[in-house]
Design a protein around this ligand. Structure first.
Ligand code: PLP
Length: 369
């Protein structure tokens, strides 16, 4: 144990010296340019009041689920919510998970077997990499959003392949060429899995839905901790995939189901968004305002995540601290979370940010750079 402790301390020291030590900080007051609450649902009093009303009518929603889904935890609320979600996204099935991390862990550790290859975009979320480690399949990476590179990899494979992409990438804030990738998946008979953690809610029910690609994807992952202001995730798929996951996915089987409150708040979130389409319109207006200031960014012009590359950990840290002193909460992403030389300030725009706040933020960045 002592030997390991030394190793832990050395690793932490290294991070501290590089200025990249992660610590848990209390939330501070300031203008939110860092949370994933893109549509402001997590701060909406109206949404909170609707949830409260439901809880008052049925306090049982707050209680523990008492067991895994396969034993005593499969409530009417979770089954009802899954049916609702499947229908909403026009898939035959949906399977709920307590978080997107768990959903990805279940999918990629379970569907591919040892003869298969998982081809991931190099910027795919960490949860997919962790799941690949749990699976017995081989993992290959293709250059970010590079369909030529993806095809060159697909061409060389003899066994079955899975392709893992996000529709909107959370580090770069750019969109995947999802229709072209779906074409490649069809051509090479590969299974396509699309994670829509950041696109859901921002672009309606996600880009798979907007492009009508339901029949082209093996699974579509939707998460609810971002634009929906709640928590949890759904895997959208066909009945066989759902049943296979229920039978073989350890992250689904060996855990207590979440409380009904979580599933109820997801269903309520969908209904709330249905009546509040103005939030995503306001968000797009704010993204436009931000982009109009001309800061150089690799992010898409419709993305709520706008990254500013500052390829120097110290300079990046100093920029983030300067902004923080001015009351702007942003998030700096250092290497090794992103590749060395691509360290960045990650700015998240929201429906509730004001024009003045966005203008003051961009001016402060321009002054610093
Ligand atoms: C692309 C992507 N997938 C999955 C997840 C995990 O989702 P959750 O936060 O619900 O665990 C995240 C969260 O950061 C994400 O960005």
């Amino acid at each position: 144990m002592l030997k390991n402790l030394n190793r832990f301390q050395e690793a932490l020291c290294k991070r501290e010296q590089a200025g990249t030590l992660r610590t848990l900080k209390q939330k501070v007051e300031g203008v939110d340019f860092y949370s994933n609450d893109y549509l402001g649902l997590a701060r909406s009093k109206e949404f909170q009041n609707i949830l409260l009303e439901k809880i008052n009518k049925n306090p049982q929603l707050l209680s523990g689920s008492t067991g895994s889904r396969l034993i005593s935890g499969n409530s009417k609320v979770v089954a009802f919510t899954e049916n609702f979600i499947a229908e909403k996204h026009q898939f035959s099935s949906a399977l709920l998970f307590p978080s997107g991390y768990n959903a990805n862990l279940a999918l990629f550790s379970t569907l591919p077997d040892r003869h298969d290859t998982i081809i991931v975009d190099e910027q795919i979320h960490r949860s997919v990499h962790d799941a690949c480690t749990m699976s017995n399949a081989r993992k290959l990476k293709f250059k970010h959003n590079d369909i030529q590179h993806l095809e060159s990899i697909l061409e060389r494979q003899t066994g079955h392949c899975y392709i893992a992409i996000e529709s909107l990438y959370s580090m770069e804030g750019d969109l995947a060429p999802i229709c072209e990738i779906a074409e490649l998946a069809k051509k090479y008979e590969a299974a396509l899995i699309v994670d829509e953690a950041h696109a859901f809610g921002v672009f309606g029910n996600g880009l798979v839905d907007q492009y009508g690609l339901q029949d082209r994807v093996t699974a579509n992952v939707i998460t609810y901790g971002k634009a929906l202001g709640a928590h949890g995730a759904a895997i959208l798929c066909n009945d066989t995939v759902k049943s296979y996951l229920i039978n073989f996915a350890s992250p689904f089987i060996y855990t207590t189901s979440a409380q009904d409150f979580q599933w109820m708040s997801i269903k309520t979130g969908y209904d709330f968004l249905e009546y509040h389409k103005e939030f995503s319109i306001l968000l797009q207006e704010n993204i436009k305002i931000f982009r109009s200031h001309g800061l150089e960014s690799p992010s898409s012009e419709t993305s709520p995540v706008q990254s500013i590359i500052i390829p120097d950990n110290q300079k990046l840290k100093s920029l983030q601290e300067t902004l923080s002193k001015e009351g702007f909460l942003t998030y700096a992403i250092y290497s090794p979370t992103v590749k060395e030389g691509t360290e960045r300030l990650r700015i998240c725009l929201h429906s509730f940010n004001t024009e003045t706040e966005i203008t003051r933020l961009t001016e402060a960045i321009i002054d610093f750079i």
